[in-house]
Write a protein that binds this ligand. Sequence first.
Ligand code: NDP
Length: 247
Amino acid sequence: MAGPLEGRVAAVTGASSGIGAATAVALSQAGAAVAVGARRADRLTALTDRLEGPSLAQGVDVSDEEQARTFVHKAHEELGGLHILVNNAGVMLLGPVAGADTEEWRRMIRVNLLGLLYCTHAALPLIERSGGGDIVNISSVAGRQAGAGGAVYNMTKFGVHGFSEALRQEALHADVRVTVVAPGHVDTELQGHNLNPVVRAGLDRAREQIGEVLAAEDIAEAILHAVTRPRHVCFNEVVVRPTGQSR
Ligand code: NDP
């Protein structure tokens, strides 16, 4: 039996691990042709080897506008159209503002904001030309509620919400749905990039309090659900927390 995304083409950024990899698998199993992008190209090839349908693995640093554009255009050209863009690539580097390494701020702004903007800018006309589709932007509960130690990550994810709502209003006329997915704590590599022992201890404590955290597949399922709704239904915002997570 044909899957609900048969004949659709999807591009997923940050697909070398975590939520992006799980989303690529879910979209592919639903019948979509899937282009996966991230910097670790070897991981992408290992992923596409596991996918049964048509796929494309492309090394890309989304914070480089030219590379982001090339990734999106290659997906469109090689897979025959573009219907779904999942802006998932992201980094979370936590710590107080005072004394912060400002290069970490630049990394988050470049990937979480500029990367998402570059991919969206490249994809929007291609999705329109393909007859409409979906842009799914991965934010976070940190994009709805700010807290000490998360200021710049909060800023980037609040930015994703603001941008997405404005884009939703602009793109609906071309039958392009915009969905923000805001996960709570998901078991991925994301937290591991924080080397500061105080930050790490805080993350470990938060995780202990939650109990069972989400798996990347839980978020992939939410994304798949949003993009397989009938065309008159748009999930504007989806918040998915582990049951035990309070904030
Ligand atoms: P991972 O660290 O497992 O995945 C992040 C992905 O982003 C990797 O594939 C990484 O690939 C990619 N990436 C990072 N920098 C770049 C770049 N410059 N260009 C292209 N790709 C890049 O974490 P998650 O799966 O958890 O994160 C996915 C998204 O989910 C992020 O936007 C994150 O903010 C969000 N999120 C995660 C939560 C969690 O608890 N895990 C909670 C809320 C939101 P590579 O290094 O190969 O480039």
